[in-house]
Design a protein around this ligand. Structure first.
Ligand SMILES: Cc1cc2nc3c(=O)[nH]c(=O)nc-3n(C[C@H](O)[C@H](O)[C@H](O)COP(=O)(O)OP(=O)(O)OC[C@H]3O[C@@H](n4cnc5c(N)ncnc54)[C@H](O)[C@@H]3O)c2cc1C
Length: 413
């Protein structure tokens, strides 16, 4: 029997794990090299997930049940008083980072997941690729998958000018236990994905599973993401800690300057409905993120393929980061299964996944256009930057043409 083909997967988050699992199922020898020495389980807050993501996990062999997401049944527009101004029967699937990441990680063999491995460079010959790590070690394989995220070292080696593009607004995120919500919120909000449209801003809020994937009433969490136009200079100050260190597009929560949190909480009282403002006040530790998007014009370089966030990052309005990474992995492994010629498979992968990524980014820009337009003079705004129709925006929200709602009965047999 011939030796299995070997793949090096750089980055052991959702994209890298999905790719490595699926390659192993397809008979490849696949090893993950992850820069972090510890666990990635603490990341993020709420996470929007799709049928496509759970289908991929199911295919990998993970048992899926209803605790993977809390399903809201309706999407509503909450007006400034907190009353429902518009209501459609559109489902939302609120999940959390750990619910997706932990089972993917647990199902992957530990001896093939190498932590503390920081890739610094890639070298290639015609049919081999070599990864070089910060500790000086080298690994050779038939294929290297760059699942190393938005600041991908691999992408920067091949395309140093491609970088996340600031969208002109930031997002405050917060998570609160259901039991700590104000009674008015508990009574009215939990079954909805709620959209609020303060002047020039937007809030999306929904219930997600609580501790240990608990989706029972009383045990869930409530999550909000509040988009606020913010100029470049203010963003620079917001992402700079008290010692003067600038952290780029996100800042570790303990290093956020208290005056910006205080300003945000004061703005909640003036800009948001009383029920949402009350929730914002109660959030123990808000998170702050600069909104950007990123589009790589090329996904394949010889035997190197970019996947997940290293290739495309859409704005959070499409709630698609993890689903796109999973679908990239499926697309890559299916292309490789079609032919023995790796180069031909990679060309197909690039063609198909680039079209998907571009469509997703385009839609996320449309959904964020009004927010992006706020800091421009009116004469320079165009299309969706000029006006917004909240009802239409709610109908179009997410990625309805690319990703689908979850039907948990599919996983119950
Ligand atoms: C800190 C953080 C918080 C997030 N929070 C949310 C959220 O709340 N909601 C949401 O929808 N999405 C969130 N995302 C995005 C979402 O997680 C991604 O869209 C999804 O995980 C798919 O991305 P990925 O696997 O391609 O890359 P990522 O998840 O970014 O993972 C990239 C991995 O590569 C590793 N890596 C980077 N450089 C190297 C290197 N040189 N060598 C080896 N390893 C390397 C990183 O440590 C990381 O584990 C978050 C991402 C990050 C990084």
């Amino acid at each position: 029997m011939s030796k299995p083909r070997r793949a090096l997967i750089i980055g052991g988050s959702i994209g890298g794990l999905c790719a490595a699992h699926l390659l192993r199922q397809a008979g490849w020898d696949a090893t993950i090299f992850e820069r972090s020495a510890g666990d990635l389980a603490d990341r993020g807050a709420g996470l929007g997930i799709s049928s496509e993501l759970l289908e991929t996990m199911h295919r990998i062999g993970i048992k899926i049940d209803r605790t993977f997401a809390f399903k809201g049944t309706r999407s509503v527009w909450l007006d400034q008083k907190g009353d429902v101004a518009f209501d459609i029967p559109r489902a939302s699937n609120g999940s959390a980072w750990a619910i997706i990441y932990l089972p993917l990680r647990a199902a992957f063999p530990s001896d093939r997941y190498r932590t503390g491995m920081n890739l610094t460079q890639v070298e290639q010959s015609t049919d081999k690729v070599t990864a070089i790590f910060a500790d000086g070690s080298r690994e050779e394989a038939d294929l290297l998958i760059a699942a190393d995220g938005v600041f991908s070292t691999v992408r920067r080696q091949f395309m140093p000018d491609v970088a996340p593009r600031p969208a002109g607004y930031i997002a405050w995120r917060g998570l609160i236990d259901e039991k700590d919500m104000p009674p008015a919120g508990q009574a009215t909000l939990l079954d909805y994905c709620a959209f609020s449209f303060p002047e020039g801003e937007m809030v999306v809020s929904l219930a997600v599973p609580g501790l240990n994937n608990d989706t029972r009433p009383g045990h869930r969490r409530y999550y909000f993401i509040w988009y606020r136009p913010t100029d470049a200079e203010t963003q620079k100050a917001m992402f700079t800690d008290a010692s003067g260190k600038h952290h780029g597009l996100s800042i570790p929560p303990p290093l956020m300057r208290p005056e910006f949190i205080a300003e945000m909480k004061a703005a909640a009282v003036t800009n948001l409905s009383p029920v949402l403002a009350d929730i914002v006040q109660r959030v123990p530790q808000p998170l702050l993120q600069a909104i950007t998007d990123m589009e790589a014009p090329q996904l394949v370089f010889g035997r190197v393929a970019l996947l997940g966030d290293s290739a495309f990052v859409a704005r959070p309005h499409v709630a698609a980061g993890t689903s796109k990474a999973a679908l990239d992995a499926v697309g890559l492994v299916e292309a490789l299964a079609e032919t023995d010629d790796i180069d031909t498979a990679l060309l197909r992968y690039e063609r198909e996944r680039q079209a998907f990524g571009r469509a997703l980014i385009g839609h996320s820009r449309y959904l964020g256009a009004y927010l992006e337009g706020q800091l421009k003079p009116e004469s320079e705004r165009s299309g969706a930057e000029l006006t917004r129709d909240p009802c239409q925006l709610i109908r179009d929200y997410g990625a309805p043409r690319q990703l689908h709602d979850i039907d948990f009965t599919r996983f119950e047999t």
